[in-house]
Design a binder for this molecule. Structure first.
Ligand SMILES: [Zn+2]
Length: 660
C-alpha cells in the first residue's frame, strides 16, 4: 500500500537564477531573513530544517511564486524563435525555488504537521493552483510550446528530450490550454476547489485517526496481546499522563490489537472506530467532500473532452483506457474469487471449532486468521519479530542496495532534520561518487499521516553539466522502541520497508537530464514496479541471513523458521487479492462515470465492491471516507496500479534471480 507522494500539485516547474539573499527579505518587508528564500548552504544544500519556522512558509511561497512568474515571463518574452532549449528546458527549470519550498512544506504537512501548518496549507493550495493555471493557460507560452512541438520531427532530439517535449505539450493540453476563455475560467475554478478539497480530506482523516483512544485499565482486557504491544501501550498512556494502557488507530497499535486481543468487544470497538473515520457526521466528515470531488473531476473531464475522469487520467498510463483496467481487474477477480471464498470459510470453520458462534465479523478476521496461520504453519508473527530489530533491518536493506547496485550509505548527523526521530544518510555509488541524500523517518506521531510513502525534497537533474543529486525521503509508521526493547519490526513492516526503499532507489539512482523526466516521473501504473519487486527479497534466506539475528541472544533467524515464513507466503493470498481488487474497483466506480454520485455514498460503495466483499456490512463503516489514496493521494483512477505493476514485477524479479 506504500504510496509515492508528489508534493507538486502545480503544473509548471520553474527555475532560479538565485536571487541574492537580501532582495527577497526586503521585498517581504521582513527584518529577519527568511531561510526558505536564502540559498540552502548546508551540506549537499539540503533543506534548512533547523531554521525554518512556520511563519516563514506563506511569505516564502508568495515571494517564490512571484519569482517563478518572472522567470516564466522571460521565456515568454524571449525574442528568439522558440526552440527546445529556450522554451521547453527553460520552462522545466523555471521556479526551482518554489518547487523546493513547496516540497518542504507539503512533505512536512504529511509527516510532521500541526493545526497551523494545516491552516497555511489551505491558503497555499489555491495560490499554487492559480499559479499553475496562470502558466498552463497562458496563450503566448502555449503558442511557443506548440511551435516547438509541431517541429519535433526536425529537431534531432534524443529519447529523453522527446519525452520532455511531448510531456510538456500534453500537460498543457490536458490542463486546458486549448480551451476558450469561458471554459478556461471554469477550469480555474474547478482545479482551485479540487486542490482545497483534497487537502481537507487528508486533514479530516488525520483528525479522525487522532481522535480515537482506547484506554484499558483492567489487565484482563490485555489477554493474549504480545508483551511488546502491551509495553508500548503502557508507554503511550504514560506519555499522556494516563494510568493503564492506551491504544489508538496508529498501525503498530491497531493492527496487533485486532490480531491478538481476546476481548472481542474491544476488538469491535477499535475496528468500528477505524472503519468509520470520516463518516461520523461530525466536523471531520468526508462524505460531502467526496461527492464534490467526484462531481468536479467529472466536470473537469467533460471540459477537456473526456467522458469520464478515468478516461482522462488513463490517457497518460500504460493501461490507456478504463475498459482495459476494468477487464484487467475483472479477470483477476474471476481467477481469485473462488479461492478467496474457500479461504474465508476455512477461517469461519476454524473459528467455530474454537467455540465461536455466528457469522465471522470483520473484527474477528485478523484474530482467527492469525491463530489459524500459526496452527497451520506452526509459527506466529510475534516469534519472528525479535529477529527483525530495526537497526539490523536497516543494515540488511543497505547491504542489499550495495549488493544489487553498489551503493554505500553513511549516516551524516550534520545534515539537518525536521524531527529527532529522522535519520539522514549520504548515499554513494561504487566509485564513491555522492549520489543522493536519504532521509528515513520510521515512527508514528500525531502529526504524521498513516501508511508509508516515499517522496523527495529535491529531484535529480543534469542540465548542461550542472549535476543536481536528489534528496529522497522515506516515511513509515513502524513500531517504536520501548524502554526495554528496541524497535522490532513485524515481517510485514520489513516488506513495507523494502517497498518504500524500492521507490527510494528509483529516485536515488535517477540519471536524467531534466527534473521533469527524472526519478519517479514515469507512468503511474509503472511506478509500483521498482517498489514491489524489492519486496521479494523478504522471502530470500540468503538476504535474511545477512542481518536477521535475535536482538537479545544474537542467534540467527533459524532456517526452519524461514521455511515456515516461505510456506506461509501465500496464506490467504486470494483473500488479499480480493481486498486489493475491491479498492481498485471502488476507485474505478467513482472515477469512470459520467454523472456525479447520487445519494448515499455507503450504498454506492457497497454496490461497487459487492462482488469482492465476503463480510456482512458494518453499520457506520465507510471505505471511501478514509480512502486517501484516491481522494488526496494521486491514485485516482490509479489504484489498480498496484496489481498492474505486480504482474510486471514478477518478471523483473525472475531476471534478478537468474543473474544473482
Ligand atoms: Zn508504492
Amino acid at each position: 500500500m506504500g504510496k509515492i507522494i508528489k508534493a507538486k500539485n502545480y503544473n509548471a516547474r520553474i527555475k532560479k537564477p538565485p536571487l541574492e539573499e537580501g532582495v527577497w527579505g526586503r521585498l517581504l518587508g521582513q527584518g529577519e531573513a527568511n531561510p526558505l528564500l536564502q540559498p540552502f548552504l548546508g551540506i549537499h544544500q539540503t533543506a534548512p530544517f533547523n531554521s525554518i519556522k512556520i511563519e516563514h512558509y506563506l511569505p516564502a511561497v508568495d515571494a517564490a511564486i512571484e519569482e517563478a512568474k518572472s522567470e516564466v515571463q522571460k521565456t515568454i518574452d524571449n525574442p528568439a524563435l522558440p526552440d527546445f532549449a529556450n522554451t521547453i528546458v527553460a520552462l522545466d527549470l523555471a521556479g526551482e525555488r518554489l518547487n523546493r519550498i513547496q516540497s518542504i512544506f507539503f512533505n512536512l504537512n504529511s509527516a510532521e504537521t500541526c493545526d497551523q501548518m494545516q491552516e497555511i496549507a489551505k491558503e497555499v493550495a489555491p495560490k499554487l493552483s492559480d499559479f499553475g493555471n496562470d502558466i498552463t493557460l497562458n496563450e503566448q507560452l502555449f503558442a511557443r510550446i506548440k511551435q516547438v512541438y509541431d517541429r519535433r520531427e526536425t529537431l534531432d532530439l534524443n529519447v529523453e528530450e522527446t519525452t520532455l517535449l511531448e510531456k510538456t505539450y500534453r500537460r498543457f493540453v490536458r490542463s486546458g490550454a486549448n480551451l476558450n476563455e469561458t471554459d478556461k475560467a471554469k477550469y480555474r475554478e474547478i482545479t482551485k476547489e479540487l486542490s482545497q478539497l483534497g487537502l481537507q480530506f487528508q486533514q479530516n482523516v488525520l483528525a479522525e485517526t487522532n481522535a480515537f483512544e482506547l484506554l484499558i485499565t483492567d489487565e484482563k482486557d490485555l489477554s493474549r496481546l504480545p508483551e511488546s504491544v502491551v509495553e508500548m501501550a503502557a508507554q503511550t498512556a504514560r506519555s499522556k499522563n494516563k494510568e493503564g494502557w492506551l491504544f489508538n488507530l496508529q498501525y503498530p497499535s491497531y493492527v496487533p490489537f485486532l490480531k491478538y486481543a481476546d476481548n472481542r468487544e474491544l476488538r469491535e470497538q477499535i475496528f468500528r472506530a477505524s472503519s468509520s473515520r470520516g463518516n461520523r457526521g461530525n466536523e471531520n466528515d468526508n462524505n460531502d467532500i467526496i461527492h464534490r470531488i467526484v462531481e468536479l473531476r467529472i466536470k473537469k473531464a467533460h471540459l477537456l473532452g473526456f467522458k469520464t475522469h478515468a478516461e482522462y487520467k488513463l490517457q497518460e498510463r500504460m493501461a490507456e483506457t478504463p475498459e482495459k483496467v476494468t477487464s484487467f481487474l475483472e479477470d483477476l477477480h474471476q481467477e481469485s474469487k473462488s479461492f478467496a471464498v474457500k479461504e474465508f470459510s476455512e477461517v469461519q470453520k476454524y473459528a467455530e471449532k474454537s467455540g465461536f458462534k455466528g457469522a465471522l465479523q470483520r473484527w474477528d478476521w485478523a484474530y482467527y486468521s492469525e491463530k489459524l496461520k500459526s496452527e497451520k504453519y506452526n509459527f506466529t508473527d510475534e516469534e519472528v519479530k525479535p529477529y527483525l530489530q530495526l537497526e539490523k533491518v536497516i543494515s540488511g536493506v543497505f547491504g542489499l542496495a550495495q549488493k544489487l547496485y553498489g551503493l554505500g550509505l553513511k549516516e551524516n548527523k550534520s545534515i539537518e532534520i525536521y524531527h529527532p526521530d529522522v535519520m539522514a544518510y549520504e548515499v554513494y555509488n561504487e566509485n564513491y561518487d555522492f549520489i543522493a541524500v536519504l532521509y528515513l523517518d520510521f515512527f508514528p506521531r500525531e502529526g504524521k499521516r498513516s501508511g508509508a510513502w516515499m517522496t523527495d525534497y529535491r529531484p535529480q537533474s543534469n542540465v548542461n553539466g550542472n549535476s543536481i543529486r536528489p534528496h529522497i525521503s522515506l516515511v513509515t509508521n513502524f513500531s517504536k522502541p520501548t524502554e526495554s526493547t528496541p524497535s522490532l519490526l513485524t515481517f510485514d513492516e520489513v516488506t513495507t520497508f523494502l517497498h518504500e526503499f524500492g521507490h527510494g532507489l528509483h529516485g536515488m539512482l535517477s540519471q536524467c537530464q531534466f527534473p521533469g523526466t527524472s526519478g519517479t516521473n514515469v507512468y503511474w501504473d509503472f511506478v509500483e514496479l521498482p517498489s514491489q519487486v524489492h519486496e521479494n527479497w523478504a522471502y530470500e534466506k540468503e538476504w535474511l541471513d545477512t542481518f536477521a539475528v535475535h536482538f537479545q541472544t544474537g542467534e540467527k533467524l533459524p532456517e526452519s523458521l524461514i521455511q515456515k515464513i516461505q510456506k506461509a507466503q501465500n496464506f490467504q493470498a486470494a483473500y488479499m487479492m480480493e481486498r486489493q481488487l475491491s479498492f481498485a474497483m471502488l476507485d474505478m466506480a467513482y472515477h469512470h462515470r459520467e454523472q456525479p454520485v447520487d445519494g448515499d455514498l455507503r450504498e454506492f460503495e457497497l454496490k461497487a465492491i459487492a462482488s469482492t466483499d465476503l463480510f456482512e456490512p458494518v453499520d457506520g463503516s465507510s471505505q471511501s471516507t478514509a480512502f486517501s489514496h484516491i481522494f488526496s493521494g494521486g491514485y485516482d483512477a490509479g489504484y489498480y496500479s498496484y496489481k498492474w505493476a505486480e504482474v510486471l514485477d514478477a518478471d523483473a524479479f525472475s531476471v534478478f534471480q537468474e543473474k544473482a
